[in-house]
Ligand binder design. Sequence first.
Ligand code: GLU
Length: 503
Amino acid sequence: MTEQVRTRIAPSPTGAPHVGTAYMALFNLAFARRHQGKMVLRIEDTDRARSTPGSEQAILDALSWLGIEWDEGPDCGGDYGPYRQSERLELHQAEIDRLLEQGDAYRCFCSPERLDELRKEQMARKETPRYDGRCLALPPEESKQRAKNGEPFVVRMKIPSEGECRFMDELRGEVVIDWSQVDHQVIRKSDGYPTYHLANVVDDHHMRISHVIRGEEWINSVPKHLLLYKLLGWNPPAFAHLPLLRNPDKSKLSKRRNPTGIFYYRDAGFLPEAMINYLGMMGYTLPDQREVFSLGDLSETFDLKRISLGGPVFDLDKLRWLNGRYLREKLSEEEVIDRLLTWKAGKGFLERVLPLALKRLETLSDFFPLAQFLLADKLEYTVTELTGKLDPGEAARLLKIAEWELEKTAEWNRDELSSLFQRMAQTEEMKLKELLPLFFVAITGSTVSLPLFDGMSLLGPDLSRTRIRLALEKLADTGNGLSKKGLKSLEKEYRKAYGDRVD
Ligand code: GLU
C-alpha cells in the first residue's frame, strides 16, 4: 500500500452508543494500526431531528471506556476537520450545486403525499418502491424559478435506468447490483441538509479515507456512492462490509434479545478489555487461534482476509465466561479490588446512595440489602411479586409502554423520570401508586428499597431499560407476554396516546 491507510468510524449521535459501533470501531482501528495508518472519528449528525450533543458525548465516552482511541475527531481535532458533519455544510452544498450544474442531479418538488401514494401503488404491484422520475422532466429554468419562489424541494441524483454496477468488496469479492434496484437517491433534504449518502462521500473524500470498513447493511448503497465519486471526479476508497452481529437465534442483534448499549456492559460490571477481546472474536480468529487477546495483539496481525462472513453470534453467556477468565487470569487480586472500587464499590458510590438510604437505616447492615439492586446485574423475583395487584397482561402492557417512553428520555434524572411516570399514570387513568409498584419490583427486585426515580437515576438508562425488558421477558416466559398481534395494536394505541416511538 503506497498511500497512507486512513479508516474512519462515522456514528450518528442518536440514542445510546451501540455495541455494533464498538465492533466497527475495533476493526477499523486494528486495520489502521496494522498498516501504520490513522483512524478518524466523524460524527454524522445531519439528521437534525434525532441528533443530540448528549449522544455524541456518550459515543466518545463509551469508546474511550473500551480503550478505543481515534487519531482525529471532534474532541482532538486533526488536519482534515471539522469532524462533525453539521459543521461541513458548505462543503456539501458546494458539491450539491456542482451536481445540479452538471445536470447529474435535479430538484424534485413532489409532495410527501404524492410520494406516499406512489409507494403504495408500487407496493400493491409488488414492485420495489422507487421514485418515478417525474421531476426529471422539469426544464432547468422552471426548476430554478420554483426554488427561487420558495417552493420546498429536495435534490435527487440521477441514476442510470439500466445496466449494472460492479464493484469489489475487500471481503466479498465482486458484487453486482442492477441499477434498476437503485432509487433516485435524495442527496439534499427539504430542510437544506445533505443526506447521509452525499455527506458521507464528500467527507470521506476530503478526509482522505482510504478504506471504508462498515456494516453490511450499507452494501446496497455502494452503487450510489461510487456514482457520486465518479460524477464528482474523485477516486473512491476501498470498501469492506463487515457481517452484522447476530443474536443466538441468528436474527440481527437487537436489544429485545441482548442488551446492545455499551454502557449496559460497563454498568453491569464487564471489563473493557474482555469486551474488546470478545468483539474481536466476532467473525475473526487470530492466525494462532488464540482465544484470549488484547487490542494490541489483534492489531499486530490484523488481516481483513481472516474475517469470516457467516453472521457472528454475540452470545452473552460466552462473554460472561470470557469476562470471568479475565478476572481470574489477567488481573491480580489487587487489580480486581481496584476495578471494584472504580466500578461502583467506592466512596463516590456510597456518597451518592447514602443520603437516599439513611432514613431507612437502623443498623449499618440495613444498607447493603437496600443498595443491592444498584450493584447487581439480573434480579431474582417472582411473577406474582412483579405484577402485584395487576393482571399480568396489563402489567406487560404497561411495561412495554414504559419501555418506549423511556427510550425517548434524553435527560436521565430524577425529575425527568418522575414527570414521565406521572404523565403515564395520567394517560392510563391510574393513580401513581397503582402504577409504580410494578416498576419498583422490575427495577429493584424488591418491594422495599430506595425511592424509585432516584434508584433509576443512579442505575442509569442502560441497566434500567434492560431491567424493564427482563421483566417483560419474565412475563413472556410464563405465558403472560404480549402476542405479536397484541403488540401491533398496542403500538397503534401508543402512537395515538403518546406520540411516535424513537427506537
Ligand atoms: N452514519 C452511518 C451510521 O450510523 C455511517 C455508515 C458508514 O460507515 O458509512 O452507521
